[in-house]
Design a protein around this ligand. Structure first.
Ligand code: ATP
Length: 283
């Protein structure tokens, strides 16, 4: 089956919407006029080469960075700062305070909301720790855990908050290949059970195909939308198949050897592309 350009999701309001987002750091323009819609239950991947502004877009969705132009909204309301409806899992293993146990790490943001008692927070934390396969490690401290286990704690901490959108910034990039694969598998399993909404950043084409059901391809610096495609037909089981390899090659070509001058596709143009089911119709 070939990759398909994304079809418009007629009538359904997006959960998270980025409209014409340009991000700047001083005189450095990180992204230019980027638009995309994330729907409930999506595993939406931002894919592009290093420096194209993927992390910056994720930080903007999290409310840590304000767009220079354009806007980001969640549930129809503008994002104007961080909130418990959007929780981020970062790549870095040091995202867990080292003086807190696994249980305390997962409880911490729950307690910060002041919406649950200490007892409830502990129960909820223990539940999510077990869900990510770390039952028995509640009282361990981060420095005694492997990189993969630390990322599991970060995922448990995020899911315990039951955010509207789980934001993941290259969460498995610092792991060895086998652990990375295992974590991708676990994330897929959790998604099958819980159907949370995921916004996931990676520069790995393979990871994007395995993790995502929709992928936004960004051009190099400053990041602009090159294309958007459906990738729900791929998973770890299909990785390595001829179709998977062909999709990988096509995405690679689109990112690095586009035919003709690099052109950013606008939101409206991408909706127009949906009329063509064939990946080869991409700009
Ligand atoms: N805090 C910052 N201050 C100044 N410039 C920044 C800052 N963060 C990012 N940039 C710049 O913005 C651009 C986009 O960076 P960003 O980290 O968002 O890209 P990325 O696609 O996530 O890259 P990578 O895959 O390497 O993490 C780069 O040119 C980067 O140097």
């Amino acid at each position: 089956m070939s990759l398909q350009i994304v079809s418009p999701t007629g009538g359904i309001a997006p959960l998270l919407r980025a409209e014409g987002v340009s991000l700047e750091y001083g005189s450095t323009r990180a992204t230019h006029n980027v638009s995309f819609d994330v729907y409930r239950g999506d595993r939406f991947v931002l894919l592009g080469p290093s420096g194209c502004g993927k992390s910056s877009l994720l930080k903007a969705a999290a409310g840590f960075v304000r767009p220079r132009a354009g806007s980001i909204s969640i549930n129809g309301a503008p994002v104007d700062g961080p909130g418990p409806d959007r929780i981020v899992v970062f790549q870095e293993f040091d995202q867990l305070p080292p003086w807190k146990s696994v249980l305390e790490n997962v409880m911490f943001p729950l307690l910060m909301t002041k919406r649950v008692s200490r007892h409830e927070a502990a129960e909820r934390a223990a539940h999510w720790i077990a869900r990510v396969g770390l039952g028995g490690f509640e009282h361990a401290h981060p420095h005694t855990l492997s990189g993969g286990m630390k990322q599991r704690v970060a995922i448990a901490r995020a899911l315990a908050m039951q955010p509207d959108v789980l934001l993941m910034d290259e969460p498995f990039a610092a792991l060895d290949a086998l652990t990375r694969r295992k974590m991708q598998e676990e994330l897929g399993r959790l998604w099958e059970e819980l159907r949370f909404t995921l916004l996931f950043v990676t520069h790995s084409i393979e990871e994007a195909l395995v993790v995502g059901n929709r992928i936004l391809l960004l051009s190099p610096h400053p990041g602009q939308v090159r294309a958007e495609l459906n990738s729900h037909q791929f998973d770890l089981a299909s990785a390595g198949s001829p179709e998977f390899q062909a999709a990988t090659q096509r995405i690679h070509n689109l990112l690095f050897n586009p035919v003709g001058p690099a052109q950013a596709a606008t939101h409206a143009e991408r909706a127009g592309q949906a009329a063509s089911p064939d990946w080869s119709a991409a700009p």
